[in-house]
Ligand binder design. Structure first.
Ligand SMILES: Cc1cc2nc3c(=O)[nH]c(=O)nc-3n(C[C@H](O)[C@H](O)[C@H](O)COP(=O)(O)OP(=O)(O)OC[C@H]3O[C@@H](n4cnc5c(N)ncnc54)[C@H](O)[C@@H]3O)c2cc1C
Length: 314
């Protein structure tokens, strides 16, 4: 491993990583991407992206990410199919950071700038058929997939802000919305609670959980267990939205960067600067709110521009 000092190492190969790489490459920063154990990021798990600008007929998730990779390669972005396992961050302006990667203990890059685009991982229920029917009735994103269940019955699992936002959103599109809450109260903010409680199209099922997913190749319904009554109930639904939170992929940065209470990277003034000079964050890893491909790609662009400005100022 030589000790060349790079300008830009990007950790992650989702929309944020690729978008930042294209901007960084076109600014002459010769970026390197470490693509991690999910090359292409979360979108490779979806058959159909319907809401990304510029695709009038939608596009398959893997195809979309493959296009992003090809576009980055056109600008000679170096893409390594490796994961970063440790970072040593300099806390000085103009300092050199060290990114350890791969299986060999001593493989590292030295770089003045890092763009963190490690994304997040949706929490799952851990029940049978949940993974199999992902994209065939089961979804983690109401804004992405709600439209496919227009005028149909759907259920949402969760009692926090995201679940209630999903419920409100889906109630405007779907025939009937069931909100399954494990506790006997909602955790979400009062205003969201009021909206949901006063919405005739939403039925809240407290003390409820899913015991079985019905359907072999496509979701047909769910079996609900009620902790109070100990009864089971079958509900025919076409869509199931799991909204029990996301794990930000920030374990590498614990005690090295400022993180919020859920582990997301804190950025300054809605931009991409983190608490350490030369380290920028883009995409879901710094966004517990929007979590969309297009917002991730746009913050990837911002991170590359912010890094370029930083390097120029040194
Ligand atoms: C099933 C599903 C369907 C979705 N559908 C849509 C949709 O239709 N429209 C939409 O706008 N959004 C959709 N989303 C949300 C969208 O996928 C995310 O908002 C977006 O992918 C976030 O992009 P990102 O680049 O921030 O991170 P991610 O896509 O999460 O990518 C993170 C990257 O970081 C890498 N990584 C992690 N740790 C390391 C490490 N230590 N070293 C190196 N690399 C690392 C991973 O390998 C991965 O490549 C969907 C999400 C899911 C789960």
């Amino acid at each position: 491993m030589n000790n060349k000092i790079h300008n830009c190492v990007i950790i992650g190969s989702g929309p944020a990583g690729y978008s930042s790489s294209i901007y960084a490459a076109r600014s002459g920063l010769n970026p390197i991407i470490l693509s991690g154990n999910l090359p292409g990021g979360q979108l490779i798990n979806t058959n159909y992206i319907d809401n990304y600008l510029g695709f009038p007929n939608g596009i398959n998730g893997s195809k979309f990410m493959d296009n992003c990779k090809k576009q980055a390669e056109r600008f000679n972005v170096k893409i390594l199919n490796e994961s970063a396992f440790k970072v040593d961050l300099s806390n000085k302006v103009g300092g050199i950071h060290k990114i350890f990667f791969g299986k060999e203990k001593n493989n590292f890059f030295l770089s003045k700038g890092i763009i963190i685009a490690t994304g997040s991982t949706p929490k799952t229920l851990g029940i049978k058929k949940e993974k199999k029917l992902l994209g065939s009735g089961i979804s983690f994103c109401a804004v992405c997939d709600g439209f496919f269940y227009k005028k149909k019955n759907v259920a949402i699992v969760g009692g926090g802000d995201t679940a209630l936002e999903y419920a409100n959103y889906l109630s405007r599109i779907c025939k009937k919305v069931y909100l399954l809450v494990r506790k006997n109260y909602l955790k979400a903010s009062k205003i969201l609670q009021n909206n949901v409680i006063n919405n005739n199209n939403i039925t809240i099922l407290f003390k409820s959980t899913i015991s079985d997913i019905i359907g072999d190749n496509v979701l047909e319904g769910i079996k609900i267990f009620n902790y109070n009554t100990k009864n089971y109930e079958l509900k025919q639904i076409s869509g199931l939205f799991i909204a029990i939170g996301h794990y930000p992929n920030t374990i590498l940065f614990k005690n090295k960067l400022d993180l919020d209470s859920k582990g997301f990277i804190i950025v300054k003034n809605g931009g991409t600067n983190t608490s350490v000079p030369g380290i920028f964050a883009a995409g879901d890893v710094k966004d517990s709110n929007y979590k969309q491909a297009i917002t991730s790609a746009s913050s990837g662009c911002m991170a590359a521009l912010d890094l370029e400005k930083y390097l120029y100022s040194l």
